[in-house]
Design a protein around this ligand. Structure first.
Ligand code: UDX
Ligand code: ADP
Length: 465
């Protein structure tokens, strides 16, 4: 087993940035270089003001402050990073394909292939290549084929080391990982590569939490873990719809079933729908793989998790329209939150985007406040859907940094992200600002129903009648 002294990570995003920062912190003898084609992103990672880092994660800037310039480097010189490293992580984005075969379901592996070709072109010595991005099963084989056929006789070992960190808690998830999964070939050189990567993680994690498997099991486990987690959210969300029709309370149901140790209490918070870059993409990947092997029933089973999630988002938007007397045209609706969950500035697949889109179709006037998401991102998210002219998005939707003032003459507030600060707002003042009746639609079950009702709000909470 070889001890590693230089690591390069291609992709300075939500996965690469935090993961490499923690490796640099815990392995002071390893030089870690994070490279990215996006020069602006690299400049942000190198900014003297740590509040300008390109991603927001609690605890991240403190780690970057401690390691950057010592053994953690950010650079746009991708080739140099590859050339110098003994171990290369690939952490580039793999969005769902928007064109061609597998459109809307399969992962787009364009960036991965570019990385592989780049590594093959630059590498002069043997390297361990670690796939960190979420990928469809058997991608390692693709990587191997490109590397072995286009390289110059250099030997590559390919490992799968899927990321299980959740945004908003990434640093803690990395420091105290439940498990680390390392998949690789069962040959002597494959085993040595797996042991080298295990050695990196053993700097801070107990050995028994580092699981070694074959490549396919590792790749598939990542998709399955996310599919199971998303399935729990869709399951409880399906029950939330039933609770709203009966006098049951979804939180009480979740608590009651969660006490069963076989079920467990986590990931049973009913919401306006799950978002994030992983859940939907990974399930779509699973569905695509199942279909490609002719496993129709398996594909349909997992597809239902997404159908239920889409239903939940649609249901929330439709409830706003029907409650506001069947029209929201010209009515001011304030959105609290745009990120797909609290403590992140990531908005990928956020429920807020789809709820906004549905309400904009009804000509609502939306004002968005999110403590961490920029105006540029919000408009980009809406424009990407292509539902209407970008100009119209800017006419109908405004972004504000003043959450309380924004409620002046508003008909309704919709809570789309569970940011803690919303709980401490002066809701009496907000009530006074708003037109009456003043409606609040709580898509995150953040606020207390009785307290809101006693102020005078017409208050609707997911999962309660
Ligand atoms: C997820 C996985 O948790 C992580 O292991 C994997 O590496 C990447 O995908 P992430 O997408 O960052 O992480 O966030 P997560 O905390 O899993 O939440 C996903 C979505 O589900 C969010 O929109 C969240 O608000 C929603 N959710 C989660 C619920 O609605 N209810 C819950 O009980 C839990
Ligand atoms: P993730 O959540 O998977 O980390 P991000 O989009 O946050 O996804 O980050 C992925 C990063 O990978 C982006 O900053 C992007 O510029 C970078 N990237 C994509 N393709 C390449 C490539 N071929 N070479 C270098 N960097 C790349």
């Amino acid at each position: 087993m070889k001890k590693i002294s230089k690591i390069c990570c291609i992709g300075a995003g939500y996965v690469g940035g935090p993961t490499m920062s923690v490796i640099a912190l815990k392995c002071p003898e390893i030089q870690v270089t994070v490279v990215d084609l996006n020069e602006k992103r690299i400049a942000q990672w190198n900014d003297d003001n740590l509040d300008n880092l390109p991603i927001y994660e609690p605890g991240l800037k403190e780690i970057v402050a401690e390691t950057r310039g010592k053994n953690l480097f950010f650079s746009s010189d991708v080739d140099k990073g590859i050339d110098e490293a003994e171990m290369i992580f690939i952490s580039v984005n793999t969005p769902t394909k928007t064109y061609g075969k597998g459109k809307g379901q399969a992962a787009d592996l364009k960036n991965i292939e570019l990385c592989a070709r780049n590594i093959a072109k630059v590498a002069k010595e043997d390297k361990i290549v670690v796939e960190k991005s979420t990928l469809p099963v058997r991608t390692a084989e693709t990587l191997k084929s490109i590397l072995d056929n286009t390289g110059k006789g250099v030997k590559f070992e390919i490992l799968s080391n899927p990321e299980f960190l959740a945004e908003g808690t990434a640093i803690d998830d990395l420091l105290n990982a439940d498990r680390v999964l390392i998949g690789g070939d069962e040959t002597p050189s494959g085993q040595a590569a797996k042991d080298s990567l295990s050695w990196v993680y053993e700097h801070w994690l107990p050995k028994e939490r580092i699981l070694q498997t074959n490549v396919w099991s590792s790749e598939l486990s990542k998709l399955v873990a996310n599919a199971f987690l998303a399935q729990r959210v869709s399951s409880i969300n399906s029950i939330s719809a039933l609770c709203e029709k009966t006098d049951a309370n979804v939180a009480e149901v979740a608590r009651a079933i969660g006490f069963d140790s076989r079920i467990g209490s986590k990931f049973l918070n009913s919401s306006v729908g799950f978002g994030g870059s992983c859940f939907q993409k990974d399930i779509l990947n699973l569905v695509y793989i199942a279909k490609s092997f002719g496993l129709q029933e398996v594909a349909e089973y997992w597809e239902q998790v997404i159908i239920m999630n889409d239903y939940q988002k649609r249901r929330f938007a439709e409830n706003i329209v029907s409650t506001l007397y069947n029209t929201v045209s010209g009515k001011k609706i304030v959105f609290y939150g745009w990120a797909f969950k609290k403590d992140t500035n990531d908005t990928r697949e956020s429920a807020a985007i789809y709820v906004a889109d549905a309400l904009l179709e009804e000509k609502a006037q939306i004002v968005v406040y999110d403590p961490k998401v920029s105006e540029e991102t919000i408009y980009a998210d809406l424009d990407y859907l292509g539902t209407r002219d970008p100009k119209e998005n800017r006419e109908l939707l405004q972004v504000t940094k003043a959450p309380i003032e924004a409620t002046k003459d508003a008909h309704a507030i919709a809570i789309l992200t569970e940011w803690d600060e919303f709980k401490t707002y002066d809701w009496k003042k907000i009530y006074a600002n708003m037109l009456k009746p003043a409606f609040v639609f709580d898509g995150r079950r953040l606020l207390d129903k009785d307290a809101m009702a006693s102020i005078g709000f017409k208050f609707y909470k997911i999962g309660e009648s």
